[in-house]
Design a protein around this ligand. Structure first.
Ligand code: NDP
Ligand code: 8X3
Length: 249
């Protein structure tokens, strides 16, 4: 299979690149940080093609995909993984720029890449699209505001893809993890504040990037008649809280 992964320079995407390439599949590893992609390709070998692409920049996506040589063009699996959360403040304290960046990356970027790759899959009568959602797209939490909303978009977009793709042979999945450590996610969310990022995982055994990569690999290698619509994963140590009720006394 040829697998295109967005956001392969870190976290889930890098683990997925390893998972697919070491199992004999060819991986187009994309992201903005060229040096990371080059390092990944030299570590994992010729099954990995580094391709610089900023999903928020339509021209960058178009140019990168147009640069693929014919032997890399028939993408079987698209993993829309690039994404980020910025901040954990309440909505009324948030920066509009952060909100826009999350929407541009997690929603606009995801649909841009999908729009390029989907027609080829439909033409070939096969393919899998795995979108990285989140538990934040289903359950609200304080400070989740726009991040959670972008992941709810991913959920509904994936279901609507399913509605359109019935009979085409193309599959679509929303892979929605909860607390997952060992990636750059919280460092990005807290804008380089390593101690705030570390606190998120203190005293927990969170999911790992490898857990997510193994799940994505399982989804992509199921028999072609099986579509996983939605899969939600949490570490065993994560659960649900009570409703927050503001009392006057
Ligand atoms: P990381 O921060 O470790 O990795 C994010 C990746 O996204 C990086 O490779 C980064 O690459 C890429 N990226 C960000 N912006 C862009 C952009 N504009 N264009 C191209 N690539 C971009 O995060 P995770 O691996 O933890 O998360 C991956 C996905 O999983 C995200 O969508 C996240 O929302 C989701 N998720 C994460 C969870 C967690 O707890 N970690 C839980 C649930 C979902 P570069 O900067 O080089 O461009
Ligand atoms: C990442 C998981 O709980 O930080 O999507 O929103 S959470």
């Amino acid at each position: 299979m040829i697998v295109l992964i967005t956001g392969a320079t870190a976290g889930f995407g890098a683990a997925m690149a390893q998972q697919f390439s070491t199992n004999g599949h060819r991986v187009i590893a994309t992201g903005r940080r060229k040096e990371r992609l080059d390092a990944l390709a030299s570590e994992l070998g010729p099954n990995v093609l580094p391709l610089v692409m900023d999903v928020t920049d339509k021209q960058s996506v178009a140019d990168a995909l147009a640069s693929l040589t014919p032997e890399w063009q028939a993408i079987d699996v698209l993993i829309n993984n690039a994404g980020l959360a910025l901040g954990l403040g309440s909505a009324q304290q948030s920066s509009l720029e952060d909100w826009e960046t999350m929407i541009d990356t997690n929603c606009r970027g995801l649909v841009t890449v999908t729009h390029h790759i989907l027609p080829g899959m439909v033409k070939r009568g096969s393919g899998s699209i795995i979108n990285l959602g989140s538990v934040a797209g289903t359950y609200p939490y304080p400070g989740g505001n726009v991040y959670g909303a972008t992941k709810a978009f991913v959920d509904q977009f994936t279901l609507n893809l399913r509605a359109d793709l019935v009979g085409t042979g193309v599959r679509a999945t929303n892979l929605a993890p909860g607390l997952c450590g060992g990636t750059e996610f919280s460092n990005v969310r807290f804008k380089g504040d390593d101690s705030a990022a570390a606190k998120v995982y203190e005293g927990t055994t969170p999911l790992s990037a490898q857990d997510i990569a193994s799940t994505a690999y399982w989804i992509a290698t199921l028999p072609p008649h099986v579509n996983i619509n939605y899969i939600e994963m949490m570490p065993t140590c994560q659960g649900f809280g009570p409703f927050n009720i503001k009392r006057t006394t």
